[in-house]
Design a protein around this ligand. Structure first.
Ligand code: BES
Ligand code: MN
Ligand code: ZN
Length: 501
């Protein structure tokens, strides 16, 4: 897809399709008004006859509108003008893109980016429009032998901005959006890949691909032998039941050109989580291929970052592992010695994410990090608490928590903070080891984070539980690409990059 911005009047456009908004009830947007005038009331006539009410998401495709140079005009219902918010804007754009893609317009000039969205500027509107477009056009069909593709797909879209002065802002929004969309696509592609292909070695190959395609990137893969030497007894235990070797992939990006402390992202990379000896029930178990969603998110954010070439130092860690039952698998009752030296009594082999992450979190101490953010499909309890809409955020460092919440608000990739009070720590008490890997049935997301907090004392740390947000179930099953957008926004903010006006 090709994107550009332009500042022009609608009647001068010579395109396959021009896209304008109509508000409820039957009220033309300023741009639609202009088209109506040159077409001598053609559009307002249609509205009067009841062809389009203007409800959010309604579409009416017109051909050969009198005196209009473009082949088609797509009228898009935008709901009540004063109620147009961020969510609606994105939904309207998505519907528009699907319609264009299915109705033979290979190019379009879109004026929806000029609509007034409460509290949002041109930068935001253009960036969101492109992210929504790329999200809408994504499909994972590399493993289908017959691919269904539209005969005349949308190839080129121009977003109009109100004034020429805003063109550079629009250009910047395009650059940022394209980099983020690349990261999101990378995230989706690896996350959607089936677990017989996407194993820890596959994750490592994806990391190495970034190294070969970009400057200032180097990778290091830590294998099981090295993990043993490092004393990563907890991480190793989880992978022991699988024939696929555990591999921890480290992606180092030196963008600052100095020795400033790196920002570190750590992703849970369970390429399949069967539950191990504490085997999961069969229904929906296929979805546990997405248990590497944290690693996919970190990889995607690293991709966006290197594409943007931001002047900061960042390290991404993909904690690759597979949790399987076998006669060699770790069991409930086992006591593991973590890399930190602390011992853990395993009460459930399905609470494996924290056992992998805790050693990865100890490992990254060696980078003397400015901060560490881990990203994980960690708990079913997070899906119960927040559903599919918000990522769970837990942090022992208030400024970092606020920075992440800001980034999530800016990017529309939302997170919601949960408490990490010491009161919950007691739930991890063990009679035999320093603590257990299981916090009981109450506050599962918090006790999982409490477990991790015992390994993150040496730096500023935040945890993102993406169990509910990383993928969609059901008919539209697939990776969402979250939280690449939030993480990249966080990195953009950290790098001091200019964004809006
Ligand atoms: N990967 C799962 C968490 C999960 C479950 C994410 C469902 C998304 C959807 C994790 O490893 C797990 O199994 N967690 C257990 C923890 C429990 C045993 C304390 C859970 O949430 O049930
Ligand atoms: Mn599990
Ligand atoms: Zn898991």
């Amino acid at each position: 897809m090709e994107f550009s911005v332009k500042s022009g009047s609608p009647e001068k456009q010579r395109s396959a399709c021009i896209v304008v908004g109509v508000f409820e009830p039957r009220r033309l947007s300023a741009i639609a008004e202009q088209l109506d005038e040159i077409s001598e009331g053609y559009i307002s006539n249609l509205l009067r006859r009841g062809d389009l009410e203007g409800k959010s998401g309604q579409m009416l495709l017109l051909h050969h509108v009198p005196n209009i140079l473009s082949e088609r005009v797509l009228l898009v219902g935008c709901g009540k003008e004063r109620e147009l918010d961020e969510r609606q804007y994105r939904q309207i754009i998505s519907k528009t893109i699907s319609t264009l893609n299915e109705t033979g317009s290979m190019e379009a000039v879109c004026f929806l980016s000029e609509l007034h969205v409460k509290g949002r500027d041109t930068y935001w509107k253009v960036r969101q429009a492109i992210e929504a477009t790329q999200d809408c056009l994504y499909s994972f069909n590399s493993l289908k032998t017959r691919k269904e593709e539209p005969r005349r797909p949308l190839r080129k879209i121009v977003f109009n901005v109100p004034t020429r002065r805003e063109l550079p802002i629009g250009e910047r929004a395009i650059n940022h959006a394209l980099a983020i969309a690349k990261g999101i696509t990378t995230c989706k592609n690896v996350a959607n890949m089936p677990p017989n292909i996407c194993n820890p070695a596959y994750l490592a190959e994806q990391a190495q691909m970034l190294e070969s395609n970009y400057n200032n990137v180097s990778t290091k893969i830590v294998n099981e032998k090295e993990m043993a030497e490092l004393g990563m007894g907890s991480y190793l235990a989880v992978g022991r039941g699988s024939v696929n070797e555990s591999l921890m992939s480290i992606i180092k990006y030196d963008g600052a050109g100095d020795d400033s402390k790196p920002l570190v992202l750590v992703g849970k990379g369970l390429t399949f989580d069967s539950g191990g000896i504490s085997l999961k029930p069969g229904a929906g178990m296929d979805e546990m291929k997405y248990d590497m969603g944290g690693a996919a998110g970190v990889l995607g954010a690293m991709h966006a970052l290197v594409e943007l070439a931001l002047p900061i130092n960042v390290i991404g860690v993909l904690a690759g592992c597979e949790n399987m039952p076998s006669s060699n698998a770790y069991r409930p009752g086992d006591i593991l010695t973590t890399m930190s030296g602390q011992t853990v009594e395993v009460l459930n082999t399905d609470a494996e994410g924290r056992l992998v992450l805790c050693d990865a979190l100890t490992y990254v101490e060696r980078f003397d990090p400015e901060l560490v953010i881990d990203v994980a499909t960690l708990t079913g309890a997070c899906v119960v608490a927040l559903g599919a809409h918000a990522t769970g955020l837990l942090s022992s460092h208030n400024p970092l928590a606020h920075e992440l919440l800001n980034a999530s608000e800016q990017s529309g990739d939302r997170a919601w903070r949960m408490p990490l009070w010491d009161d919950y720590q007691d739930q991890l008490e063990s009679p035999f080891a320093d603590f257990t890997n299981l916090g009981g049935k109450e506050a599962g997301t918090i006790t999982a984070a409490c477990f991790l907090s015992r390994f993150t004392k040496k730096y500023n740390w935040a945890h993102l539980d993406i169990a509910g947000t990383a993928w969609r179930s059901g008919k539209n099953k697939g990776s969402t690409g979250r939280p690449v957008s939030m993480l990249t926004q966080f990195l953009l903010n950290r790098s001091g990059a200019e964004q809006g006006e």
